[in-house]
Design a protein around this ligand. Structure first.
Ligand SMILES: O=C(O)CCC(=O)C(=O)O
Ligand SMILES: [Fe+2]
Length: 358
């Protein structure tokens, strides 16, 4: 497989959207679709060349072609990076290993089937401070996302502010130490990780009941999130709320600086299928702020998928926008000259009819 063979699909994005993306999204996002042909959005690094150059290439303007290309290149690939890192049984082995090899974190088994393990002193106060600061910086810079008002696909209503550890954040030595510790804990290299997620809850905020397993991700190159490692970055007194509860397991956990909880989002026998018993919610915090961070590692190489821009991404509204553009282009011919030019260049249907796609 040649990586280069991936890029043309993305070079065929309509140029018209480029300035808008660049303006609104800092030239970070890129069009990709999952197997179910839905577009999703995700923040890419600010200097992601593919993300920005993709639209400057004028190869074609058929959305379907872009999708077809994507499916061909991203979904049906068979390379080592797209192999499952967990085979059946590896989930249990991971948790057994955590209990066996990390007594320094004083692991407590809150549940064994499914696993729910609590660790203490997993991060140090200076590391937590850096993570809180990075969260606040993201909030101040406007890069953070205010809580969703509506329930997401997985059920939860998140009334909180969500941020991601950006490149500067990742370079902090404290973050590097934390990352190293996570790799050791779960015995997986960082390439399986999606960007580190930060959450800030202010008084009155909570996160409704939900699962961290996103069903659509099963079809993507990087696959679903194997587990969630939730880190609490500050102490919260018990009567002030903010605890994380697992209704099916009848367990709640109080935030405490350095405390971590790890639970599976997939099944031991089928490490791609949803573990529905670990649905959880974060109760409202009544006073002060709650800071937490979640680490999600995936079934297949996330960095590889990211490099090839085969990430499950793009909001449906961007897709809608594209469709509207298509409608404008082929529906009413306001911009006659441009359209005709393009028709001459690409509109020869016979070419496709006679020869198929290849
Ligand atoms: O803040 C919490 O306690 C839970 C956060 C959470 O469930 C998530 O980020 O998915
Ligand atoms: Fe969650």
């Amino acid at each position: 497989l040649e990586t280069d063979s991936i890029t043309p699909a993305f070079k065929s994005l309509p140029d018209e959207l480029c300035p808008k993306w660049a303006r609104e999204m800092h030239c970070e996002p890129l069009f990709v679709a999952d197997k179910t042909l839905r577009f999703r959005d995700r923040r890419l690094s600010p200097d992601c060349p593919l993300g920005c150059q993709a639209c400057s290439m004028d190869v074609g303007d058929e959305i379907d072609d872009v999708i077809q290309e994507y499916v061909r290149h991203c979904v049906n690939l068979q390379v080592p990076e797209t192999e499952d890192v967990w085979k059946p049984g590896d989930l249990d082995a991971t948790y057994e290993r955590i209990l066996r090899e990390f007594p320094q974190y004083k692991p407590t088994v809150l549940s064994r089937d499914p696993w729910l393990v609590q660790l203490e002193d997993f991060i140090k106060p200076p590391e937590a401070m850096v993570m809180i600061k990075e969260t606040q910086l993201e909030v101040l810079s406007g890069a953070a996302e205010a809580g969703l008002e509506k329930a997401n696909d997985a059920g939860g209503v998140c009334h909180s502010t969500q941020a991601w550890c950006n490149e500067g954040c990742l370079r902090r030595p404290e973050m590097q130490s934390v990352i190293q510790r996570v790799e050791d804990l779960v015995n997986l290299p960082w390439k399986y990780a999606e960007p580190i997620h930060f959450i800030e809850y202010e008084p009155g905020q909570k996160y409704g009941r939900h699962s961290d397993h996103i069903p659509e991700e099963m079809e993507t190159m990087h696959g679903p999130r194997l587990f969630t490692l939730l880190l609490y970055l500050n102490d919260i007194e018990e009567d002030l709320g903010g605890d994380t509860c697992f209704p099916n397991l009848d367990v709640c956990i109080q935030p405490k600086l350095g405390r971590a909880v790890i639970w599976p989002n997939v099944l031991n026998d089928k490490p791609w299928a949803a573990e529905n018993r670990t649905w959880h919610e974060a109760n409202e915090i009544y006073k002060g702020f709650k800071y937490a961070s979640t680490f999600w590692l995936h079934l297949r190489d996330y960095e590889h998928a990211e490099r090839l821009n085969c990430i499950y991404t793009m909001e449906d509204d961007i897709r809608e926008e594209l469709e509207e553009m298509e409608a404008e282009k082929y529906g009413d011919y306001d911009d006659d000259e441009e359209d005709e030019e393009e028709e001459e260049e690409y509109g020869d249907d016979e070419y496709y009819d006679d020869d198929g796609y290849e």
